[in-house]
Design a protein around this ligand. Structure first.
Ligand code: NAD
Length: 269
């Protein structure tokens, strides 16, 4: 089985990567291949897994990811840095088991020379402005829903619902749902300007389109990546027909992970 190691530059991640290289080189079943891997092992945190996802974007339907965390437990990283030999053993006995999660499909139309781009996000995409109020018309299924004014809008996947979305009061959505969520960032609401003021969750048969007012200060993000300095005509969001796959060697219950990450110790009193 062809395996790639994708690590951040941290000292502990580099140490884990060296252990992985040595173990894979000794293995009769595993082979290192960073160009055409079947399994990508990300070593670092959630940010490293997000970078690995974008790095291997063209191969996304063919590969499965495994995350080792070298800091605190992450949302995409199930394995501890002390568990390299258990992970190698699981890889050597792999029988293709996987779990998959929905991705966000982002279609951007630029207003200069009519070009467009298709992007994919694992966590979320945001539209915001570096200077002043972000103004955009928001359409659901091509029907005008509201005229938004505020800091910006965050459109997230179910697995991204625990990330940036949560900081804006968005709901946590189980990744068993194919849904996208639109959360407001500091909307302006008064007698003149009005937005819904609540997060909105839409099903896979529907889509959301944002048409921002022309401004050179608009910023479009896609996970940790940014599109700057390009005039945006419109952006349409929907659930992608592609998914991300993780090698499922152990079961980590989603709600247990949410509770452990955000609530911590629980006493029965
Ligand atoms: P990073 O790696 O420092 O990540 C920032 C934090 O977000 C980390 O604590 C990470 O564990 C956590 N995180 C990432 N994905 C998560 C998920 N799906 N569920 C729960 N927590 C998650 O920074 P980065 O490399 O720039 O990562 C980009 C991500 O960071 C973005 O996709 C965004 O979701 C998140 N972010 C959050 C905030 C915020 O909550 N205010 C601000 C900026 C970015």
């Amino acid at each position: 089985m062809k395996v790639s190691i994708y690590s951040n530059d941290g000292e502990s991640s580099s140490k884990v990567s060296r252990e992985l290289y040595n173990a894979i080189n000794k293995s009769k079943v595993l082979k290192l291949d960073s160009f055409n891997p079947e399994i990508v092992i990300s070593v670092g945190g959630d940010g490293t897994l997000l970078s690995a996802f974008h790095h291997y974007g063209d191969l996304i339907s063919k590969i499965r990811f495994v995350g080792i965390h070298t800091g605190h437990l992450g949302f995409y990283t199930d394995w501890r840095d002390s568990e390299v030999s258990q992970l190698i053993n699981s890889l050597e006995h792999d029988n293709g088991q996987s779990v998959s999660y929905p991705l966000l499909d982002i279609q951007v139309d630029y207003s200069d020379n009519g070009e467009s781009d298709q992007l994919f996000a694992l966590n979320e995409s945001t539209l915001k402005k570096s200077n002043g109020t972000m103004v955009a018309k928001m359409y659901i299924k091509d029907q005008l829903f509201e005229n938004f004014r505020g800091d910006g809008l965050c459109i997230s996947t179910p697995t991204g619902s625990t990330a940036y979305n949560k900081s804006f009061g968005g709901a946590i959505i189980s990744p068993k749902f194919d849904a996208i969520q639109i959360a407001e960032m500091a909307s302006i609401n008064n007698r003149v300007f009005r937005t819904l003021g609540s997060p909105v969750i839409i099903p896979p048969t529907q889509w959301v389109t944002l048409v921002p007012s022309a401004s050179k200060y608009n910023i479009l993000t896609c996970d940790q990546l940014m599109v700057l300095d390009r005039p945006i005509k419109s952006i349409s969001y929907r659930i992608s027909d592609k998914r991300i796959y993780f090698a499922k060697y152990r079961h980590t219950n989603f709600w247990q992970r949410v509770s452990n990450s955000f609530i911590g110790d629980k006493t029965d009193d």
